[in-house]
Design a protein around this ligand. Sequence first.
Ligand SMILES: *Cc1c(COP(=O)(O)O)cnc(C)c1O
Length: 398
Amino acid sequence: MPTDFIRTRTLFHLPEGVVYLDGNSLGPLPLAAQARVAGVMMREWGEQLIRAWNSADWMTMPRRVGDRIARLIGAEPGSVVMGDTLSIKVFQAVAAATGFVPERKVILSDDGNFPSDLYMVQGLVKALGNGFVLKVVAPDEVEAAIDDSVAVLMLTEVDYRTGRLHDMRTLTAKAHAAGCMTVWDLAHSAGALAVELARAGADFAIGCTYKYLNGGPGAPAFIYVAPRHAERATPILSGWLGHEAPFAFEPVYRPGRGIERMRVGTPPILALAVLDAALDAWDGVDLQDIRRVSMALGDRFVNEVEARCPGLVLASPRQAALRGSHVSFRHPEGYAIMQALVARGVIGDFRAPDVIRFGFAPLYIGDAEVLRAVAILEDVVKKRLWDEDVYRKKASVT
Ligand SMILES: *Cc1c(COP(=O)(O)O)cnc(C)c1O
């Protein structure tokens, strides 16, 4: 079993002196991206101008990149398309899912979900009117709350704070047995776990590509619709590029074929070019290997931190199989501790009120980085190096 992905590590720009444990929030720069974007800019946009929509196949890029992602999330070819941001995709997917069970009005989620997912559904419920409600329960109460009143079960597989993992297969089966549709958010799963959407029977899935997939800040999101539903899903965001014949310029919307209908407007070609370059790093990589290594790295980190860093309380499940690819600890001075770490080159992040997170992305992180991070964290905690005003000053982005 490889403990280090030596080939893939060289594909990233990793600044000297930095241990980067925040790829779960923003992946590092893939070295291939710069040349790829420069090529698209000069050879395609620069030289071809508007002709590039055809000559460089820009128009099919959301599907072509979607197919590369499909492989990483266990989805059928032709079932994933790129565009917009994850928040928009949440809205789209949940709205489309409700259309399959018109007599039901409850959208069920949990309070560990990322706020934007809940906010988007709050907005959707308002827009739909007609008695729709969002019901939010504790993560461990989700299974019991699935019943025949629920239209859509909307869950994020990996909790952004604690890393707690929902069992996609079991919950999807339970939802289906009760006649509910499922929407899975893979924000912290894609590129971290061996996701098996098709095998789990998931109905809809969505995710972003700037986290473990390293597509760069604001990289386009993806949406998956199970092929059995794709011709029947009604798009709530009925933009022209999701139309059956965008260039017929008809006055009335008709949904496009299959997953195409989940497109909305003009695709972000430069951003897709960066993402496409980033996805090269995954060629030949087996997600099972990634998962095995990240579990080992996470275990190592947890064991070392608990042995050497008093006062930090594990916020993640102790068993690697029950968490995603990041590990979190609680500490009342978590924010200052993280700032002190960042100042010493160990980059993780902080989530209010008291959680510090460390992500382990085996494409470019190995044992050496884990040990170095723990050594610095031990120093920061034991010598109270965090106890300085400058580390308590909150930045706007944490
Ligand atoms: C990162 C993340 C988001 C962010 O949504 P954007 O629209 O890309 O800003 C949403 N949901 C979850 C679960 C996330 O982890």
